[in-house]
Design a protein around this ligand. Structure first.
Ligand SMILES: [Zn+2]
Length: 188
């Protein structure tokens, strides 16, 4: 296990090992791990060094500050290969995902004992991001329901837009919809 905490993200080595440290509290394997990939034997390793380095940048600027504030957790999902995206979303081999997860530029976070809304509000106030999406939060299912999706583009990519959305169930439409801002309900 190597401590690569002080290696510049732009020079992060493509051959780094799964247990190598990316930041104070996160190891490289946490940026590619996926229960679904493990269960279905899907290769979810980084395909390009750009994806790897974007995920390292995201880890240091989103995951680590959240860890410093709220305590121990491991992200639900960071990088997702196209094969994993297709498996998760039930799409055919011809389909290509445009999710920022496929670029190593997004993570999904939920923290035991912390309300998902509180987590999202803290991220909104304290961190730089491209998109912050409160996903599938439903207070009726508990304040820890859902997760915060946070994307961040590294320097040299397009600008970070600082967009804040909620992806929640609209009872009128009977399906999930995107609405502006951090919201508990699609009904105003
Ligand atoms: Zn996500």
């Amino acid at each position: 296990m190597a401590d690569l905490t002080n290696v510049d993200w732009k020079e992060f080595p493509k051959d780094a090992a799964p247990l190598d440290k990316v930041s104070k509290n996160f190891k490289l394997y946490e940026l590619t791990k996926s229960e679904v990939a493990a269960r279905r034997d899907i290769d979810n390793s980084f395909r390009t060094v750009q994806q790897l380095r974007a995920a390292v940048y995201l880890c240091r600027h989103v995951l680590q500050p959240v860890r410093d504030k709220f305590g121990k957790f491991s992200p639900n999902s960071v990088y997702r290969s196209q094969a994993l995206e297709r498996a998760l979303k039930g799409k055919p081999a011809s389909w290509t995902s445009t999710s920022q997860h496929t670029m190593g530029q997004a993570c999904d976070i939920e923290i035991p004992g912390i309300t998902t809304m509180g987590l999202a509000e803290w991220i909104q106030k304290n961190l730089e991001f491209d998109q912050l999406i409160l996903e599938c939060y439903n207070p009726e299912l508990g304040s820890n329901s859902g997760w915060a999706h946070v994307s961040l583009r590294p320097p040299g990519a397009a600008n970070n837009r600082g967009r804040v959305l909620s992806y929640i169930r609209d009872p009128a439409e009977g399906k999930f919809v995107y609405v502006d801002g951090l919201r508990e309900s699609a009904v105003a």
